[in-house]
Design a protein around this ligand. Structure first.
Ligand SMILES: [Cu+2]
Length: 153
């Protein structure tokens, strides 16, 4: 009799552990994981700004002392022109590389991966205010800064 009740208690214990683990797993995959993987929620007007801001890598940018990133130190505004496009109008491949590793919490790491070939472009959507000094990897004398500011509203 006593051995029956012992195995009965054991059975209930095992079931309790299984149920507990299942509840934990469901909570983890159903609530915790999606929350931690989700991108931050960004207002629609920042995701779809009115304008694209263009920075030209001008012809002859490769030459030391010449104009390179034009405009060179622009200030852009969230919700207005926070989608920025660098266009390489030079005859040499260039990069847009942050001086220090810089990320936007929505768009990820900032900077062109590899070179931007002549005629090609690099685009980045900024969603947070920040100031980023950047340069060209093969031509370190080519430098620029971009500053992103909050919108008026
Ligand atoms: Cu360059």
């Amino acid at each position: 009799m006593s051995s029956t009740s012992t195995s009965h208690a054991y059975g209930i214990g095992v079931i309790t552990v299984i149920v507990g683990m299942s509840v934990g797993l469901i909570f983890y995959t159903g609530f915790y994981l999606p929350e931690s993987l989700a991108k931050p929620s960004v207002p629609e007007h920042i995701l779809n700004p009115e304008e694209t801001f263009v920075i030209e890598i001008v012809l002859g940018a490769v030459n030391e002392g010449a104009d390179n990133y034009v405009p060179n130190k622009p200030i852009i505004t969230l919700e207005k022109d926070n989608l920025v496009k660098w266009i390489n109008n030079d005859e040499t491949p260039h990069t847009v590389s942050p001086d220090h590793r810089t990320a936007d919490s929505y768009s990820g790491d900032f900077g062109s991966t590899g070179v931007i070939m002549p005629g090609e472009e690099y685009e980045f959507l900024f969603t947070e205010p920040q100031e980023i000094p950047y340069h060209c990897e093969p031509h370190p004398w080519m430098t620029g800064t971009i500053k992103i500011e909050k919108g008026r509203f």
